[in-house]
Structures are given as C-alpha cells and as structure tokens.
Design a protein around this ligand. Sequence first.
Ligand SMILES: C[S@@+](CC[C@H](N)C(=O)[O-])C[C@H]1O[C@@H](n2cnc3c(N)ncnc32)[C@H](O)[C@@H]1O
Length: 187
Amino acid sequence: MGRFDAPELVQRWQQLGEYSRIHDDITHMAMSHLNAKRVMDLCCSTGLLGRRLLDCLKLERVTWVDSSKPAIDAGLAANVIDCKYAYVMRVDRQSLAAFMGIIGRESLTAIVARRCMPELFGYDLQLGRDFAAAIAGAGVTQIFLEGRVPSPNAVNPLSSIDDEVEIFTAHYKDAYRYRNVAVLVKL
Ligand SMILES: C[S@@+](CC[C@H](N)C(=O)[O-])C[C@H]1O[C@@H](n2cnc3c(N)ncnc32)[C@H](O)[C@@H]1O
C-alpha cells in the first residue's frame, strides 16, 4: 500500500483501473451505508477515494476539496478529479462560510473524510464542533470518517476515531463502525 498522495496510486488507477487498497475500509462502509447521490470527498488529496465512490456507487456527483493545489492538480491531470467540482481550499475558521457555500450550492448530503480530522480540527476542537453544527444545519445527513491507526506516541487530540466521532456527537449519531471507520448519521 502506498502513501495517500503517491503518484503510483494515481498511475495504477489511470493505466489499469485499479483502486488503492488504502481506501478499502471506508469504501466498504460507503457501499454498505451511503444513501446520498452527491458526496464531498473532504481532504481528497489526489481524489482517488471520491473517484472510487463515484464509479462504484454510481453517484450523481462528487465534490473534491483539499488545501493542496499540487495534489488537486495531479488528480485533475489524471482525470481522477472532475474540474467542474474541484476546490483548492484550506478549511479553517476564515473559510468556513465559503465552505458552507459549496455544501449548499452543490446540494451535498454526505461527506467522506479519511484521515484528516487531526489536521482540520486537532488544534481547534471548537472549530470542529462549529463545523459539525454548520453541516448538520445545511442538510448533511451522513459523514464517513476514517481515523488514524492508534499510536502511543500521538500528540494530536484527535488521534483516534473515537476522538474524531466525539466532535460530531451533538448533531450526529455514531451509527456504524468497521476498523477505524465510523459512519455518523444526523440525529
Ligand atoms: C492524510 S491525507 C488524506 C488524504 C485522503 N483523504 C486519503 O485518505 O487518501 C490529509 C489531506 O488533508 C489535506 N488537508 C490538511 N489540512 C487541510 C485543511 N485545513 N483544509 C483542507 N485540506 C486539508 C492535506 O492536503 C492532505 O491531502
């Protein structure tokens, strides 16, 4: 298995139609529980998770968001990411209103977010709670989270999937679990 942004992962999809095994667990849960047709791949990197869900689940639309322009550009160049629905955006307190604008404009009702909650909200847990309230209010009914593998040396407050889920509990029920993946459903 490669690093999430390894060029080989994009090449293997482009040349062989192979999906990366790093996304197997969260894809498995999406195949079992996703009931939306328009989904955001939040912190998508080169976009491979969203592409897999778009193709395998016959979604109407995936919207890709990441702060890394090189990663989004690599996904665009390989046709992993559809340029109509790609956003280079650093999600933070300043951009939250603009982010919510995307959710509303694209009529998104589900978000997949693999291994990015520590980066997004680990140093501002209140921002995470505000984010949860905002997306719940905007009609996002399902969130698919994949957390990091627990490590005894972790310093980030969101170092496990349980910590990530906790951020959302005022608005979302912890409905299903599989390995480090949680499926949250709006209360
Ligand atoms: C560990 S990678 C996971 C990538 C992808 N979800 C996957 O599993 O293949 C974390 C990603 O989050 C992005 N990221 C980190 N902080 C971000 C922020 N504040 N807003 C948007 N993207 C961010 C990084 O650029 C990186 O692509």
